[in-house]
Structures are given as C-alpha cells and as structure tokens.
Write a protein that binds this ligand. Structure first.
Ligand code: SAH
Ligand code: SF4
Length: 393
C-alpha cells in the first residue's frame, strides 16, 4: 500500500479531564457537567443551579482563577471548592510578536504537548486563531501541520483555555460591575489553527458554547468561524449544535486535483461536499459560507479553475477567500504570482461573489495559515507513551 492509499484515520486520543488523583479542572465543563461535579462534591442539589451560574460568571465573564476572589460565595464554600477543584488554563510557554502586530503563543497542555495560537489585530476587529488538535490526522500536501505525526485531540478546556490565555495577555477581562465594553481586542474566533475541528466535534462544540454564552465570554455566533477540510457527515451537526459560521478548505475544482491537495476528498468528494454545503441552513447575506482557496502556482490557479469554481458555487450563498500559499521549510509548492491571484479573484468577483485576497499575517514568526507545527514534533512519541503520560491504560 502506498502512502496515497493509506486510510484516512480519525484514530486519536482525547485525554480525560481528570488526571489520576488530581483535582477536577472546571474549565471546559458544560453547565450540566459543572452542575454534576458540584453536586458530586457535596453542593446541595437545591443550591447547585445558582452556584453553577455564580462560578461560571467568575471564570468566564471576569476571568478569575482563584476561588478566594469569588466573594458572593461563603468563605467555607470557597475553601471546599479549592479542595476539590482547580481552574486551569494551558501554560503559555512562549510568545512571539510579529512586526505587523500579530502575536503567536506556544501553549503547553497536559502530557507536555504544545499547540500554537495566533492573535491577529486588524483595524475593525481582533481575531484569535485557535487550534483544535495537536497536529492533524489529515495530510493536506500544502499544510505544515499535516506533516506532523503526533496527534491528539484537545479537550474542551484546552480549546476555550486558548481564548482565556489570549484575553489574559491582552489584559481584557472586564472588571466586575464596570459598564459593558463593546470594543473588544479579541472580537472574533476562527478555528483555523492546528487540527481538523470536525474530527474533535464534541470538544470544539462545548468550548464554542462557552465562548458564545451570555454569562460567559459573550461572543456572537456570527463572530466564530469553523474551518473544515470537508468532514461531510459533521457539517449538518455544526449548524444544529454550534450554529457558527462555516468555512471550507475547498482549494480545487476537480476531484483529481483535490484528491492530491486535500486527501479527505477521496472519502467525500467535491459533489458530496457541495451537497452538504447546499443543505447548510441558508442564512442572511452576512452568513455566507466561506470557500477557502489556497493559491498554488501552476496547480489550481488558472482562469479555467476560476470559471469552474464559479459554476460549482451555484446555489450556495458563498464568498471566496483566496489565500496566497504560505511557504514553509521543504514545502512542495510555490505561491502563485500576485498578478495571477488578482486575475483569479477578478473572475470570481465578476460572477457576483466577494473574493478577497487574504493578506498573510505574521509571516516573520511563522504564524500565517498553514505554517503552524509545534516543536512537539521533534520529540515524536509512540501512542503507548502518550497514553501512559495521559494516565490511560
Ligand atoms: N483543518 C482545518 C482548519 C485549519 S487550516 C481546515 O483544513 O480547514 C486553515 C486554512 O489554512 C485552511 O483553509 C487550510 O487549507 C489553509 N492552509 C493550510 N496550509 C496553508 C499554507 N501553507 N498556506 C496557505 N494556506 C494554508
Ligand atoms: Fe489538517 Fe487543515 Fe492542515 Fe489539512 S489543512 S492537514 S485538515 S490542519
């Protein structure tokens, strides 16, 4: 069997929230789960609902990590909480700031693994690019993350934790009682970091629910975009259970080419993908599906490709986001020329679709799309070792 025929696998580990004998981390629990653990640790059932609301607000609205600061809870109750629980977010190992203001954080999660998180400031918004897995089981040939062998799913706490550490660094947790600040440094989230979010559906969903929660991080679902390479069966669930904006890594207009660029196409081809996208609830004009299209010199960037793309979009409320290929050491492709990218964009625009060309951000610190690949790769470990670290049998 050649590499190309190898089955596409979803065989990854999610480590349990509770490490053996350690206290339970409250970050990333849904409201229902938080209710359950509080009751299991002695909170009277009658009070539990109110306690969930109070603790939730302290953690996600005010960014508090210390039970002692939760002054609307009694001193004894606070001490009890501190005995059984922790409020833990990933540890920031390093931070790099690009000349264009982009910030890249390397964060360490349980088991010693590392993922990257990127903050991109723009004039009218600040976008956090969040990772959903360590590495990625998929092997898109133009993507640096896809060359990383080591893969594990992030927990919901590790996903929402990335948002929390970025807010720490930006120093933008509101002060309790202060008037609501409408101008946010971190105003948008894109699930476009490392990993395929739809191969870690439940954890991504639970984390994004916290980000959207009115008593939580309070971001509108319109400001959260999930990017998938095309995990067709999970697309409908994304609409029903998360309700965020959808982006699709389209990248090619013929199966023969898409098979090579985005190998998941061999399982769900262009036709199957488009059918799922057509069924995605049609929103208002502001809620179009984003078709991401990486511009690779001589591979997918001809006028004929642009015309075919326009035909394929028929019937789908769409916009096309053209991504100039970001090179990484050893990459097998080159970026299309600026003239080629502009000509391609123009054909799509003339057909009535928005076709912005994405400006690469943070290139000097290898923070641009598809350049992320954590140093964990260097210390490749066997599944057995990872499982042992995570306390799994
Ligand atoms: N796994 C998800 C989300 C992460 S990638 C997905 O594939 O959609 C976010 C976007 O960056 C995707 O559209 C991806 O195809 C694109 N990308 C990956 N590598 C790239 C590179 N080297 N240059 C430009 N875009 C890249
Ligand atoms: Fe994974 Fe997305 Fe990279 Fe493909 S482009 S390897 S799905 S992270």
């Amino acid at each position: 069997m050649t590499m190309a025929d190898a089955p596409i696998t979803q065989d990854v580990l999610t480590i349990p929230r509770k490490l053996p004998d350690g206290p339970t981390n409250l970050v990333g629990l849904t409201r229902t789960q938080l209710h359950e653990v509080l009751v299991a640790h002695g909170t009277p059932e009658k009070q539990a609902k109110m306690r969930v609301g109070q603790i939730w607000q302290w953690i996600y609205q005010w960014g508090v990590r210390d039970f002692d600061v939760m002054t609307n809870l009694s001193k004894t109750y606070r001490a009890e909480l501190a005995e059984s629980f922790v409020i833990e977010v990933p540890e920031v190992v390093s931070k790099q700031v690009s000349t264009d203001g982009t910030r890249k954080y390397l964060v360490r999660i349980a088991g010693g693994h590392e993922v990257e998180v990127v903050y991109i400031p723009e004039e009218d918004r600040g976008t956090l690019c969040v990772s959903s897995q360590v590495g990625c089981t998929l092997t898109c040939s133009f993507c640096h993350t896809g060359t990383q062998k080591l893969v594990r799913n992030l927990t919901a706490g590790e996903i929402v934790g990335q948002v929390m550490v970025a807010r720490d660094d930006l120093d933008e947790w509101p002060i309790p009682g202060a008037p609501k600040d409408e101008t946010r440094l971190l105003s948008n989230i894109v699930l476009m970091g490392m990993g395929e979010p739809l191969y870690n559906f439940e954890n991504v969903r639970d984390a994004m629910k916290i980000c959207m929660d009115e008593e939580g991080i309070q971001l509108s679902r319109r400001r959260i975009t999930l990017s998938t390479s095309g995990v067709v069966p999970e697309i409908e669930r994304t609409a029903n259970e998360i309700g965020c904006q959808l982006a699709v890594s389209f990248h090619a207009t013929r199966d023969e080419v898409r098979d090579r660029l985005v190998p998941i196409n061999k399982r769900w081809n262009i036709e199957a993908l488009l059918a799922a996208l057509k069924a995605y609830p049609k929103g208002r004009n502001s809620e179009r599906i984003t078709f991401e299209y990486v511009m690779l010199d001589g591979v997918n960037d001809t006028d004929a490709d642009a015309h075919r793309l326009v035909e394929l979009l028929d019937g789908i409320p769409a916009k096309v986001n053209l991504i100039p290929f970001n090179e990484w050491p050893g990459a097998p492709y080159k970026r299309s020329s600026n003239n080629r990218i502009r000509a391609f964009a123009n054909i799509i625009y003339q057909a009535g679709y928005a076709s912005p060309i994405r400006t690469p951000r943070g290139e000097d610190i290898l923070a641009a799309c598809g350049q992320l690949k954590s140093a964990t790769e260097r210390a490749r470990k066997s599944r057995k070792e990872i499982a042992a670290e995570a306390g799994l049998p």
